[in-house]
Design a protein around this ligand. Sequence first.
Ligand SMILES: NC(=O)c1ccc[n+]([C@@H]2O[C@H](COP(=O)([O-])OP(=O)(O)OC[C@H]3O[C@@H](n4cnc5c(N)ncnc54)[C@H](O)[C@@H]3O)[C@@H](O)[C@H]2O)c1
Length: 308
Amino acid sequence: MVIGASGQIGVELTLALRKIYGASNVIASDLREENPLLHGTGPYVSIDVMNKEMLHVQVIRQGVTQIYLLAAILSATGEKNPNLAWHLNMQGLLNVLDIAREEKLSKVYWPSSIAVFGPTSPKKNCPQQTIIEPTTVYGISKYAGEFWCNYFFNKYAVDVRSLRYPGLISYKSAPGGGTTDYAIEIFHDALEHKHYDCFLEKDTYLPMMYMPDAIRATIELMEAPSEKITTRTSYNIAAMSFSPQEIAIEIKKHIPGFAIDYAPDYRQTIANSWPQSIDDSVARKDWGWKPEFDLAAMTEDMLKNLRK
Ligand SMILES: NC(=O)c1ccc[n+]([C@@H]2O[C@H](COP(=O)([O-])OP(=O)(O)OC[C@H]3O[C@@H](n4cnc5c(N)ncnc54)[C@H](O)[C@@H]3O)[C@@H](O)[C@H]2O)c1
């Protein structure tokens, strides 16, 4: 069961899991209506992850063995409504972990984020274990969530696994209100208007990843033998790191007249609190993680698919 299946990651993860495990074996669920990209591709149930009883009934009724929990409030939206972000991001996770324990589910996946890191973490090649003092409500909720995952693994043997995703770039479904959303909007505006107003400064470097790499990382982590998973909080993973200026230069190679202006807003403060790049050597060593897409390959693929 994928909870939050209509979102940016959920749609692509659901489609990928259906390819591997068979359409009828992957239940998509979300609070909002089924994403049109999922129509006719497999079962869909309407679920509010905050309603534990309803979720529990569905888990039993549908014979669920694994849950991928993607429902969350993201970084930028979270700063506008801190209470809601904390409530959904924590209670949603606790509901799923409790049900996983009671129903002895075989595995749970829950994503964390580079947002766990704060201004006191190393900016470059930020390690797996380091100073972690998040300053956004989103980051606080993700860091607390990591320790709940670790707790349920140690105390109740719930096989829960997690990745600290960087900013994810994709063309299929729209982003959900994160600080790295600029790196998606820029492609749409480049193709439609040959111009983009960026909400971050030109030299703001952030860790990023193309969606196909993120989906593959998720599935590879979930399919890795349990004994290879040494980190039960959440794994650092990385693919590329670039600034708005660098992605604009890359896009210009394909759209020569493209221009970018910079008008930083409240999201600049969030971006400034995060590392510029991530050290993912533990994930590489434990379960063989390796990214495929760099900035050039991702830009080419994004433009090709958006033009379609
Ligand atoms: N997209 C990124 O760049 C990124 C980076 C780091 C971590 N993540 C994490 O990955 C996960 C998925 O992110 P996303 O970008 O797909 O987010 P998204 O906002 O696009 O999708 C989240 C989905 O959850 C659903 N949802 C919200 N409240 C719900 C509820 N009460 N019950 C059921 N469903 C509910 C929403 O309707 C939405 O479809 C989140 O945990 C997010 O923090 C994302």
